[in-house]
Design a protein around this ligand. Structure first.
Ligand code: NG6
Ligand code: CA
Length: 508
């Protein structure tokens, strides 16, 4: 019996010893784990509300992004600020309505930097909180001050508005210069073959998309008939820079590789990564591995490719042991378009796919499909799975993330909706002004009010209804998501009320 007691005491001492060791270890790891979570924004280009299987797509699958949606918060009322790229990116990074800046329009590759170097930005706010910050992918917010010499340091740019590191394409995949720019310098540039860019006229003796169809591997439908790079006619003229030109089919792999390297290098300190993917914007150039994977032609194939990239990126976060300390925000800069200027079978091979997910309009439109986009927040172990109908805008990321990192920085337009992004609250915005090619409309509660606008009802080049009408339009989105019934005449008092709210918000 005595022996038994001695043995029991021994076991207890041993167990308590182990426990102490375990606690000490836990304390050590919690000290090692950075308190501030990493923040990643994964931003697609022209991905529509119906372009993911988690948002209703049936013709192809997007399992990796779907996993973020099913294990995170999937928003059904998540908005880009605008129906085109530049203004939406401006709103995302500055937390300011883009229509407050008259230059926030689709920019040519030679446009000056749109964000003021003294302006508050999402990466600046995070930098002030000790974050390392980077942008990898599409920029399209202008560079320089108006006369860029592409062969010298290109500044100001992302590195002057809050990003410690940048590896970007200047404007769009269809615009010159078709080169990557790393921290203000064109990557792989041969100084003996300098780059010249002109958006007005071609350089003497250089072929172009209009006159040299024999050189094209992809043909143009509208616009896109200037310089030819890799057999693809682009917007704008470019001369020189041969060694620096990107390979379109490698772009997705290249950006992915950069993000993975970034994560591996910076995993020990909190970081903010803006991963701005180029898909499914034109020209759609899937890597050969993805050709034919969607059955819908290049547009579907590059969405499948983008989904694969997201999966690989998440895998890297997991392998590096930081997935559960990383908030991921996934969205798209504007709604979808099938034919955006190249003959790439997007229309012909659409089958039953509805890129709009039942919404009216598309890219460039004031109707819902222009600005309502997939919007997902994911944080392993911190965010509980949920579908949220709360009204949120990408412009709110700034104030919401500021709350998360305990920053006081804010703007009047950006709403602090951290609890909503974390899936803990359904109380989103009360209202939102949406924008499409400099026109604005008001979403307020379930109502959507579009003032009368001159201009064509349909842009027939892209076959998208723009939202223009000589009558004002009022829709109840709860009852009529597809915006088929204009209720303006039936509810004049509602129109009056919304107009007042709209004028107050716009400040004019
Ligand atoms: C338009 C282009 C379109 C696309 C868009 C920008 C023509 C005819 N159309 O001007 O192809 O590049 O600009 O798209 O040139 S965005 O997603 O970057 O806003
Ligand atoms: Ca876009």
């Amino acid at each position: 019996k005595k022996l038994k007691i001695i043995f029991l005491v021994f076991v207890c001492v041993l167990a308590s010893c182990q426990q102490n060791k375990k606690e000490a270890k836990e304390e050590a790891t919690s000290k090692e784990t950075p308190k501030q979570p990493n923040i990643v924004v994964i931003y697609l280009d022209d991905l529509g509300y119906g372009d993911l299987s988690s948002y209703g797509a049936k013709e192809f699958q997007t399992p990796n992004i779907d996993k973020l949606a099913s294990d995170g918060v999937k928003f059904t009322n998540g908005y880009a600020s605008s129906a085109t790229c530049t203004p939406s990116r401006y709103a995302l990074l500055t937390g300011v309505y883009p229509w407050r800046n008259k230059n926030a329009k689709i920019l040519p590759g030679t446009a000056p930097l749109l964000i003021g170097t003294d302006q508050l930005t999402l990466p600046k706010m995070l930098k002030a909180k000790g974050y390392q910050t980077a942008v990898i992918g599409k920029w399209h917010l202008g560079l320089g001050t108006g006369h860029v010499n592409w062969n010298k340091e290109i500044t100001p740019g992302p590195n002057q508005v809050g990003f410690d590191e940048s590896y970007i394409l200047a404007a769009t995949q269809d615009r010159v210069p078709t080169v990557y720019i790393e921290n203000g310098h064109v990557a792989n540039l041969d100084p003996n073959d300098p780059i010249e860019i002109n958006y007005k006229e071609n350089f003497p003796g250089q072929p172009n998309g209009k006159d040299n169809p024999e050189l094209l591997t992809m043909t143009w439908h509208h616009g896109h008939n200037s310089s030819i790079v890799n057999g693809i006619p682009r917007i704008g003229y470019m001369k020189g820079g041969e060694s620096a030109k990107w390979t379109d089919t490698d772009m997705a792999d290249n950006f992915l590789k950069r993000t993975q390297e970034y994560v591996k290098t910076h995993k020990d300190k909190p970081f903010f990564l803006y991963y701005a993917m180029q898909q499914p914007h034109v020209p759609r150039t899937p890597h050969p591995r993805f050709v034919g994977t969607s059955g819908l032609g290049p547009r579907g194939d590059v969405i499948v490719e983008a989904d694969w990239c997201v999966g690989e990126f998440i895998k890297t976060l997991e392998e590096e042991g930081i997935l559960d300390n990383t908030l991921i925000i996934f969205s798209s800069d504007n709604g979808p378009v099938l034919n955006d200027g190249y003959n790439d079978d997007a229309v012909e091979k659409i089958k039953t796919h509805d890129q709009n997910g039942g919404l009216r309009g598309g890219k460039y439109s004031l109707y819902e499909a222009g600005t309502r986009v997939p919007f997902i927040t994911y944080w392993k172990g911190k965010i509980q799975p949920k579908v949220s109908d709360a009204l949120v805008c990408q412009m709110d990321v700034l104030a919401s993330v500021a709350d998360l990192v305990d920053s006081k920085a804010n703007t009047a337009d950006s709403k602090a909706l951290l609890d909503v992004l974390m899936g803990k609250s359904d109380k989103g915005r009360d209202n939102l002004v949406i924008e499409a090619t400099s026109r604005t409309a008001l979403r307020s509660g379930d109502w959507l009010y579009i003032p009368a606008y001159e201009g064509p009802a349909v842009n027939h080049e892209v076959e998208i209804e723009l939202g223009n009408s000589d009558e004002e339009q009022l829709f109840n989105l709860k009852e009529d998501l597809a915006q088929q019934h204009n209720l303006a005449k039936e509810h004049p008092e509602k129109v009056k009320e919304l107009l007042k709210e709209f004028v107050a918000l716009r400040g004019d």
